[in-house]
Design a protein around this ligand. Structure first.
Ligand code: S3P
Length: 447
């Protein structure tokens, strides 16, 4: 898993209609935060619906290393006995965050204003990703970071013994950076302010408020101005994790492009900072109905009914990127099955995800017979019309779960099978993907 174990070759073949119910796993972003905030509260936080993907399990181990008592009671059912803000103990060993950028960046934030040091590493994918975007603002609090060239892991962070509050304007639209700064601000007297010119996922703000911190969000001409009052006593919570809209996108997009499909995906988060993919699919002509809208675990959710649709290419507005940043790989597969071209601009952040996702999708789609254009910040896919993608290629997944799932979905609707060189990273975010998709009627085989 996460690039440590043996590669798992997997092949998807043109599939019959997908039918039935897709119970997708818990939200990855919220699962990480439930464990981390639980570890910083005093007392026992109870979590249901936790995603038991490797990324989140690595965060659970990290929280144990910092002194929290993290226990699994049953499937998705966990408790965290927290040590309080500023109560972390120095870990005895290196913290391995596996494949998870969210895990490592948030955890760096929450230890950076406590007088201790911790050394972080990860798998081959995570060791390539930039940490300077987090350690630069943490330095303003007084923390120091010593890593490899280019701010890469392994990296030791020395927390500030006498941290000072910070006002920081995000130079990139990143919820991980925003969250790292807010988490660091928890153990600092006074007010820490983050200005985000473009709105990014808001789970940290929502959940910190739920745990009893004072967090104010003001919409101004500069963007969202988020003010956190430091040194709160976080109160333990009962957290019901909603289902992940990013994971749901895989069965949803598969149903849209596999002829005759009709599936039901219950309880998917429709948080406005996360649902850009659904807006985009509907603009392309997708037949998706959002039934029974309600609130679950503090998040707006809906049940999705999704039917096979003939789709047209569109221009995705660049300002929508933060609300669907993880969904461009699967969108580019849908785009290849649409009529006309789909233009995705303002997407350069994709280059620093688990892989360079613009490059990974462009090379894989080209190998499958699709015409693609790209530049640093843009991906354009020339749609071939429903079911016309030739396929017949092996695509490299670069230790990236979303690239692996995207090409497997592509193979369910292409003329010849599509193979991925390594499906094992799927376990980081969607461990039951294979069984869920084959249960709906997808033709997936190992090898
Ligand atoms: C996440 C934020 C996003 C996203 C990642 C999860 C989070 O990353 O791509 O999968 O939980 O905060 P960035 O903050 O780097 O955009």
């Amino acid at each position: 898993m996460s690039g440590h174990g043996e590669a798992q070759v997997m092949t998807a073949t043109k599939s019959g209609p997908l039918r039935g119910r897709a119970d997708v796993p818990g939200d990855k972003s919220i699962s990480h935060r439930a464990l981390i905030f639980g570890a910083m509260a005093v007392g026992e936080t109870k979590i249901t619906g936790l995603l038991e993907g490797q990324d989140v399990l690595d965060t659970a181990s990290a929280m144990r290393a910092f002194g929290a008592d993290v226990v699994q009671h049953g499937r998705g059912n966990w408790s965290v006995h927290g040590v309080g803000v500023g109560g972390f103990r120095e870990p005895e060993a290196v913290i391995d965050c596996g494949n998870s950028g969210t895990g490592v960046r948030l955890i760096m934030g929450c230890m950076a204003t406590t007088a201790m040091s911790a050394t972080f590493t990860g798998d081959a994918s995570l060791r390539k990703r930039p940490m300077g975007r987090v350690t630069d603002p943490l330095a303003l609090f007084g923390a120091q970071a010593y890593g490899r060239k280019g701010g890469r892991l392994p990296m030791t962070v020395v927390g500030a013994a006498h941290p000072v509050p910070v006002r920081y304007t995000l130079p990139v639209a990143s919820a991980q950076v925003k969250s790292a700064v807010l988490l660091a601000g928890l153990n600092v007297p006074g007010q820490t302010v983050v200005v985000e010119p473009e709105a990014t996922r808001d789970h940290t703000e929502r959940m910190l408020a739920g745990f009893g911190a004072q967090v104010q969000v003001e919409k101004t001409a500069e963007g969202n101005v988020i003010t956190l009052t430091g040194q709160p006593e976080l109160r333990p919570q009962v957290v019901a994790v909603p289902r992940d809209p990013s994971s749901a996108a895989f069965p949803v997009c598969a149903a849209l492009i596999v002829e005759g499909s009709d599936i039901f995906v219950p309880g998917v988060s429709q948080n406005l900072t996360r649902n850009g993919i659904y807006t985009t699919l509907v603009e392309m002509g997708a037949d998706i109905t959002f039934e029974n809208p309600r609130e679950e675990g503090g998040e707006p959710v809906a049940d999705l009914r999704v039917r096979y649709s003939t789709l047209k290419g569109i221009e995705v507005p660049p300002e929508r990127a933060p609300s669907m940043i993880d969904e461009y790989p699967i969108l580019s597969v849908v785009a290849a099955n649409a009529t006309g071209k789909t233009v995705m601009r303002g997407v350069k952040e994709l280059r620093v995800k688990e892989s360079d996702r613009i490059d990974a999708m462009a090379r894989g789609l080209e190998a499958c017979g699709v015409t693609v254009e790209e530049d640093e910040d843009t991906l354009i896919v020339h749609g071939m019309g429903p079911g016309n993608m030739p396929g017949g290629a092996t695509c490299a997944t670069h230790i990236d779960h979303r690239i692996a799932m995207s090409f497997l979905v592509a193979g369910m609707a292409s003329q010849k099978p599509i193979t991925v060189d390594d499906a094992s990273p799927i376990a980081t975010s969607f461990p039951l993907f294979e069984g869920l998709m084959t249960g709906l009627g997808a033709m997936l085989v190992r090898g």
